[in-house]
Write a protein that binds this ligand. Structure first.
Ligand code: ZN
Length: 186
């Protein structure tokens, strides 16, 4: 399976809302397989289709030794909030405390078009929220407290990868550092 280039912050595809999947066909199953392979190669804890330039409501995760995927998700967020560092494969090496709901019930479909429900807490809940945000063109820096967002933007501007996003065909190989998500971005 091909490993796809991961789009970096600055690429307009990351802030464009994705459309619902209509055809649960072989092409969709190939996309899920390619997303999974690309995520595991990175390595990452989650990856959404827009991060590889595909504007479809599909994402995958690899959390607690379990692979999963969800299509056309809708989330029911618990009221309790968790704090904790979060990263994203589209922002190499960037880590910031990002408040998220502690518990999530996600409904959607698997790649065979069967309805599924995924209940997650802690890291899985964080990933489900992070990846669903990607499908709406929302990035984790949008969820940061004001001061953190300001320092994140400064860090991004000073990073070695910033500005590479729009150079077609360039996929900088930057590995993420160890961290709360076991060194994996989302
Ligand atoms: Zn991400």
């Amino acid at each position: 399976m091909p490993i796809l280039p991961i789009r970096l912050f600055g690429d307009p595809v990351l802030v464009t809302p994705s459309v619902q999947v209509v055809d649960f066909d072989k092409e969709l199953r190939t996309l899920v397989a390619d997303l999974t392979d690309t995520m595991m190669d990175a390595p990452g804890a989650g990856l959404a289709a827009p991060q590889v330039g595909v504007l479809l409501r599909v994402f995958v995760w690899d959390i607690d030794e379990a692979l999963g995927h969800l299509i056309n998700p809708s989330l029911d967020l618990g009221e309790e909030i968790q704090e904790g560092e979060e990263g994203c494969l589209s922002f190499p090496e960037l880590r910031y405390n990002t408040p998220r709901s502690m518990r999530v019930v996600a409904k959607g479909w698997n790649m065979y078009g069967e309805p599924i429900t995924v209940e997650g807490s802690e890291l899985l809940a964080r990933a489900l929220q992070h990846e669903t945000d990607h499908l709406d063109g929302i990035l984790f820096i949008d969820r940061l407290a004001k001061d953190n967002r300001k320092s994140a933007m400064k860090e991004i501007r000073e990073s070695e990868w910033f500005g590479l996003a729009n150079d077609a065909g360039i996929n900088p190989q930057i590995k993420v550092s160890p961290h709360y998500t076991f060194g994996k971005g989302l």
